[in-house]
Write a new protein. Structure first.
Length: 304
């Protein structure tokens, strides 16, 4: 059975060639392209592509690996654009990301804004392009953008920014994180299955496996964010590859500040148990959950 390091390495080998193809060589000297590629190719754990790869493996999906990889790269572009913008002085004002200077530190604020815009716009172009050539994927493309928008990631970021210097209640914090972090994780977990089953708005709601995957992603997403909040208190910039202590600096409400450290750890364990329970149900339905169990344990127990 592989360990998490092997899963991450295999995913990196799987997704990097697709990321390399995102921008045509003819535009490689454009400074906005250079800035976008600087952040896109900065490494990291590639957790969202990894979740997509592992969902495909768990569900035994065949014949669409290239399409899954195409969507995985597109999702990584959306995630990277959000990090570039999130790091800007007007947002979280960070100077370190994945162990390197943030995009605006390396290229200036203007080009960082443009780099994020370019990644998002190019992601939209890719989603529209494949939906035109394969109309059966239109709903999957649409839902990726919905979960990146006001009802997903951007909506969560909006709540987050509006909540700085304020104490919010736990329900709003859960909504914030379910959108800001959880929405793209849901996309990562369910997209391969949506592509395989050619789901539509009508069929998705009645599909039991789809509902189980959404439930799994909800638990993983919340556990992932709680762990991030804990690491912001317990880890270091050298280990994380990004600055720590930001939440206290910005007076943000987090699971640690609202619940206390021990209760936040208990909440993390509760969500981890929820994820494992869903994986148990998927296993009962005949799916190969072993690698996803390794991934889930890593997300909960990671130190970076």
């Amino acid at each position: 059975m592989p360990d998490i390091a092997e899963l991450i390495r295999s995913c990196d080998e799987w997704i990097t060639p697709e990321l390399d193809k995102v921008f045509d060589p003819s535009v490689s000297e454009d400074i906005t392209v250079k800035a976008a590629k600087y952040s896109l190719m900065a490494g990291g754990k590639r957790l969202r592509p990894l979740m997509m790869k592992e969902t495909s493996k768990m569900m035994g999906l065949t014949g669409i690996d290239e399409d899954i990889r195409y969507y995985a790269a597109t999702l990584e572009m959306i995630h990277t654009y959000s990090l570039i913008h999130d790091d800007l002085p007007a947002m979280d004002n960070d100077d370190l990301r994945r162990g390197k200077p943030t995009c605006h530190k390396a290229f200036g604020e203007g080009f960082a804004v443009l780099a994020g815009d370019l990644l998002l716009n190019t992601a939209c172009e890719r989603l529209m392009s494949i939906a035109v050539s394969k109309p059966e994927y239109a709903y999957t493309s649409y839902m990726m953008m919905v979960r990146a928008g006001l009802n997903g990631m951007i909506g969560g970021q909006s709540i987050d920014l509006a909540s700085e210097d304020k104490k919010i209640d736990l329900d709003l914090l859960i909504e914030l994180q379910d959108k800001k972090t959880g929405a793209l994780i849901k996309t990562a977990v369910v997209t391969p299955y949506m592509l395989s089953k050619k789901l539509t708005a009508e069929t998705a709601g009645a599909d039991e496996d789809y509902k189980l995957l959404i439930n799994l992603a909800s638990h993983i997403g919340l556990a992932f964010q709680i762990k991030d909040d804990i690491l912001d208190v317990t880890s270091s910039a050298e280990v994380l590859g990004k600055n720590v202590g930001k939440d206290a600096r910005d007076e943000k409400s987090t699971f640690v500040t609202l619940l206390g450290f021990d209760a936040a750890c208990d909440y993390l364990n509760k969500e981890a148990c929820g994820a494992r329970e869903v994986l148990g149900k998927l296993k009962e339905r005949g799916y190969a959950t072993a690698d996803y169990e390794i991934l889930t344990d890593y997300l909960v127990n990671r130190d970076m």
